[in-house]
Design a protein around this ligand. Structure first.
Ligand SMILES: *Cc1c(COP(=O)(O)O)cnc(C)c1O
Length: 493
């Protein structure tokens, strides 16, 4: 479907649009765009197929630039911008002379043909749209009563039931993070975010004018939070810090033990910090790694620490495009979150809530008694575990990569030993770029989210695709082995 120019301009990132500041040259082109399913849709963003058609440009002799708000201009450069060169190369890679099809192990969109969305979710939305005329009406800005009740039940623990009043349904888990951080942060305040970590925390905080301090995650301890570093940060930042952001299970595949979460709660109590706990992956964990909601750990510890949990349907039920997430407020015994929570409800009202239609799936998906649901969830979890084992073990066989067994979510972070590769590959960005050039396989360079010297891989693709990708990566590394290094796995790595 051709898209008219103004919509196109507002939809398409400026980096892809012909520069507006320059006077157009006579042979300038204006692209028209049409939507197309694209296997190189790496970052879960709708990709428009560009057809360049020459048009007659009008000469522009005045300059009219609207000032941008500080919120918009303070926004940090997104990961998408950083990996743009790789994305572009991959898009070109659809028609390569060597016939290698593009394979993305970097995708943020987990939907794959072999991992289809939960059918129960689809049925619930169809039912609502056909048979519940109310699903087309406005609803409470904080979410429909049914959805909030289901979410509250889902985040209730024997130690601590949660009432629906403490739930706000949001535009994906991203919207939940935005709402939580907007309710906590002011310009000049500080938030502690994990490094490596999901880049959105920093993007939101910076757009709010807040100061971001990264605390280290320790690669030698399965990417646990470095508590010494956290304490050290508090020595200098204590005055301004408003919150600690924790992500578990994480977008690089780690799952924290109960003991580690207890230590985090102790830290938060010692410094009187609320915790924003991003738990969008929920119980997508493998082997002996178990998911412990942080709010439950805080309840076990006597409810001294307030926890704001963010989560959603996107990853756990494979419906990221539905944009359904939520934030839950688990206050402590002192009622510390009172004002923050009230503020969040007020902010939610300015947004008028999220799609009522997709909210209709929430009660079905979060109910323990929906027939067939637990089978679907287990099948989904087990498929990811199998795929993760397959990818991680083959990457680990590669002499310049090291990665432990997958723990959870759908990602793993592999350490990259560039010193074992020839001089054309000095760092993870070059590794990722050359891998696309030569093998048409896309991995996310760790530098894009604060972990230089690593590459992040997703294992949501099918086993067949993962096998092919692993083979290409192995060929690539062998070809680039430094001559002094034997092109086999180096022992003791
Ligand atoms: C994908 C993801 C989100 C955002 O989830 P949406 O529901 O798609 O907005 C938040 N946090 C982490 C760690 C993620 O990986």
């Amino acid at each position: 479907m051709p898209i008219t120019d103004p919509i196109y301009r507002s939809t398409f990132p400026p980096s892809q649009f012909p520069a507006q500041d320059d006077h157009p040259s006579p042979n300038s082109v204006i692209p028209t765009a049409s939507y197309k399913h694209d296997p190189t849709n790496l970052l879960g963003v709708d990709v428009f197929q560009l057809e360049h058609r020459p048009v007659k440009m009008q000469k522009r002799d005045d300059a009219w630039i609207c000032p941008v708000s500080s919120k918009a201009s303070q926004s940090k450069k997104s990961v998408k911008d950083m990996v743009q060169p790789i994305v572009e190369m991959m898009q070109l890679g659809c028609h390569r002379p060597d016939g290698k099809n593009p394979i993305s192990l970097a995708t943020a969109d987990p939907t794959m043909p072999h991992l289809s969305p939960c059918t129960k979710a689809l049925e619930a939305v169809v039912q609502a749209s056909m048979y519940k005329p109310h699903s087309a009406a406005y609803t409470h800005a904080s979410g429909t009563p049914e959805a909030r009740r289901a979410i509250a039940m889902h985040h209730s623990f024997p130690e601590r039931p949660l009432s629906p009043d403490h739930v706000i349904v949001t535009n994906g888990c991203s919207g939940a993070l935005e709402l939580a951080l907007s309710s906590l942060l002011d310009p000049g305040t500080t938030v502690l975010v994990p490094q490596p970590g999901f880049p959105l925390y920093e993007e939101i905080a910076t757009s709010l004018g807040a100061h971001v301090v990264h605390y280290r995650l320790d690669p030698t301890k399965g990417w646990e939070c470095d508590l010494d570093h956290l304490h050290e940060i508090m020595l200098s930042e204590a005055e301004t810090v408003r919150a600690l952001v924790v992500n578990n299970p994480s977008s690089h595949g780690s799952v924290f033990s109960r003991q580690h979460l207890e230590r985090l709660v102790d830290f938060a109590f010692q410094h009187r910090l609320p915790i924003v706990s991003d738990e969008v992956y929920g119980s997508m964990t493998f082997g002996s790694n178990k998911y412990h909601p942080l709010a439950q750990v805080a309840a076990w510890q006597g409810r001294h620490v307030p926890v704001i949990t963010t989560s959603g349907l996107s990853k756990q039920f494979m419906v990221p495009g539905w944009r359904i997430g939520w934030v839950t407020f688990h206050d402590n015994v002192y009622g510390s979150l009172r004002h923050v929570e009230e503020g969040a409800h007020r902010l939610a009202q300015t947004l008028h809530g999220v799609s009522r239609l997709t909210q209709a799936a929430i009660p079905t998906l979060l109910s323990a008694t929906t027939p067939g649901l637990s089978d679907w969830k287990e099948k989904h979890r087990a498929a990811l575990e199998r795929q993760g084992m397959l990818l991680c073990s083959s990457l680990n066989d590669c002499f310049c990569l090291k990665v432990g067994p997958p723990q959870g979510s759908m990602y793993a972070l592999a350490s990259l030993f560039c010193e074992r590769l020839d001089d054309s590959i000095q760092n993870d960005m070059e590794f990722a770029l050359r891998l696309v050039q030569e093998e048409n396989v896309f991995v996310l360079p760790g530098s894009t989210f604060g972990a230089p010297g690593t590459v992040r891989v997703a294992f949501s693709a099918s086993e067949e695709t993962l096998e092919l990708a692993s083979k290409r990566i192995a060929d690539f590394c062998r070809r680039h082995a430094k001559h002094s290094v034997a092109p086999t796995r180096v022992l003791g790595v």
